[in-house]
Design a protein around this ligand. Structure first.
Ligand code: ADP
Length: 550
């Protein structure tokens, strides 16, 4: 900008002020446009991705696809794509100062051991020694943002495995200071991998920096930058020690408040997944999304009605009654905001207090105000995992009388995840004769009784050989029948064996014993019902048909 020489000082200031104002407005507008662009792209890409990830999850639960490599590749690619988009969105949030923490009570042992186990296969497939060290003096329940902390640890471990061709990768969680109300905890992820040159040790924390653009080692170059920003919010930062060819050590310390221990049954993953008797209206224009949400809700035994848009939802809601409504936001004919406002105002207050949950692939912070204004009860960002959908639905139902019905109809805590119905069908259809099926059930029940009796002691005694023998005996059969909760717990036991932590062992053993008991009593029931059928068959053949005789 050129200001004529003859301009007075006063006018000069005025012109410069106007120019500053114009530039500020322009940059605010540019930022706003960038945010809108990112939100729109996020919506457009995440909706179909949500469908892909959801269908992959559904297929995975189908026994016919358990070992299908094509499904594994599909899931891997979709997850990667989702990670790339999540990273880009995170970056935009960080840049606009919108990254925030979500604080709640959590078990740090569960968080770190689960994050560690999730990558175990990747590490062992590369032939790496994979080690986990957890300090038993760490408080069982702490307060903080578990998801974000898990994200940082996951990122460091993923890198460590990726950049280590041979040797070992290790996660250590150590108590540094035990204060009255807080604990200072150190997290260390170390590897014996390729290491990082001195001149690159600062650069690795810059966004989009990638040391190696070679197949198998490439990524987004965003992981460390995002991790560093998350830790900054937690009042910490990552330190790095590394030498080329010798390996790297990434570490950080965080202070977390101590919290009251949770009871075993309170953790979300252990809730009974049962929504029988609950009527849910799903309002969604994408057929694939409809299919996924409906499949999960049906799996949990809810009764589901589908509507293609807000107007149709209104018609259905007036005609019938629903206990809960899942509502997409962007739809043709009538969008989710308008429909929810109308539902809340319906005559007689029929839907004034009904939980209406918004489903959206948009950035939550972008739609939050409109969601509140339209009187939604909650928001569930897409793509969501089945567990998140279940937890959100359950949280809202538990505020009404329906929850009582849903929870108490089964009565047994945290076992609904075992699909006894399909296990029953598998056993009955697989064996050629009933006596073979009975024999199978009896043998498995016997093995599980043995597992239950010896599990805790073997684990406490740190007797690796006996422990492995014990769980290997039932491993293949449990896998075949898809009894995942029991399998997962015994796999966690393997890690506990390497790093004994008494409270965690007690918790793990309690769950294994509980699951064994349930499966054994189920198997006994199957044997009894098979016996009855056998008797009925004998009776059927033995009793003459009198009508034929007369
Ligand atoms: P990405 O892994 O997606 O490339 P990151 O931000 O996580 O992005 O890492 C940036 C770079 O830092 C990597 O490309 C790599 O060059 C280097 N790096 C990170 N972790 C390690 C490690 N454990 N060993 C060697 N190099 C590493």
């Amino acid at each position: 900008m050129v200001i004529p020489k003859e301009t007075s000082n006063e006018n000069r200031i005025q012109i410069l002020e106007q120019e500053v104002f114009r530039l500020t407005e322009a940059s605010i507008e540019a930022l706003r446009q960038k945010d809108v662009f990112i939100s729109t792209i996020s919506h457009e890409v995440r909706t179909p991705l949500n469908a892909i990830v959801g269908i992959a999850h559904l297929l995975e639960q189908d026994a016919a696809f358990h070992n299908d490599n094509r499904l594994k590749i599909l899931k891997f690619s979709a997850d990667n794509l989702l990670r790339l988009f999540s990273d880009l969105l995170e970056l935009s949030k960080i840049e606009s100062g919108r990254l925030s923490l979500n604080i709640s009570d959590f078990s740090i042992y569960e968080l770190t051991s689960n994050t560690f186990s999730a990558l175990e296969l990747q590490a062992t497939q590369k032939g790496l020694a994979y080690e986990f060290v957890f300090d038993s003096k760490i408080s069982p329940v702490l307060r903080g943002d578990a998801t974000r902390l898990g994200q940082v640890i996951n990122n460091l471990l993923t890198n460590a495995i990726k950049f280590t061709p041979k040797g070992s990768v290790r996660l250590e969680v150590i108590l540094l200071q035990d204060y009255e109300k807080e604990q200072l905890i150190r997290f260390i992820v170390s590897d014996t991998g390729i290491g990082i040159e001195e001149e690159n040790q600062k650069k690795v924390f810059e966004n989009f920096f990638q040391g190696y653009r070679v197949a198998g080692l490439s990524g987004t170059g965003l992981g460390l930058g995002i991790s560093q920003s998350i830790l900054k919010l937690m009042g910490s930062h990552i330190r790095l020690k590394s030498a080329p060819g010798q390996g790297s050590e990434f570490s950080f310390d965080i202070k977390l408040l101590k919290a009251e221990p949770l009871s075993l049954n309170q953790t979300s993953s252990e809730q009974p997944q049962n929504l029988s008797g609950v009527k849910i209206l799903v309002v969604e224009d994408h057929k694939a999304s409809q299919f996924i949400v409906k499949s999960f809700l049906n799996k949990w035994k809810a009764s589901v009605t589908l509507a293609d848009n807000g107007l149709q939802a209104l018609e259905f809601a007036v005609r019938d009654h629903y206990d809960l409504i899942l509502m997409d936001l962007q739809m043709p004919v009538m969008d989710g905001y308008e429909a929810t406002e109308a539902l809340r105002k319906l005559e007689g207050g029929k839907y004034t207090h009904t939980p209406i949950i918004a489903l959206t692939a948009m950035n939550v912070s972008d739609v939050k105000e409109k969601i509140v204004a339209a009187n939604f009860s909650d928001i569930l960002p897409k793509p969501f995992k089945p567990d998140e959908l279940y937890r959100t639905v359950m949280a809202h139902l538990s505020q009404s009388s329906i929850a009582g019905r849903a929870v108490h109809s089964e009565g047994i805590p945290y076992l609904e995840k075992i699909d006894f119905q399909s296990i029953h069908s598998m056993i009955v259809s697989f064996f050629v004769t009933q006596s073979m099926a009975m024999e199978f059930c009896k043998t498995l029940a016997e093995d599980l009784r043995e597992l239950k009796t010896n599990y805790r002691n073997t684990l406490l005694a740190n007797d690796e050989t006996t422990f492995k023998g014990l769980i290997d005996k039932t491993h293949a059969v449990l896998k075949w029948l898809g009894i995942r909760p029991l399998l997962d717990e015994t796999q966690r036991g393997k890690i506990l064996l390497r790093q004994p932590h008494s409270q965690a062992i007690q918790d793990n053993a309690l769950k294994v014993e509980f699951y064994c008991d349930r499966v054994v009593s189920f198997l006994n029931e199957v044997v009894e019902s098979l016996k009855k059928r056998e008797l009925q068959k004998v009776a059927h053949h033995a009793v003459p048909n009198y009508s034929e005789l007369t």
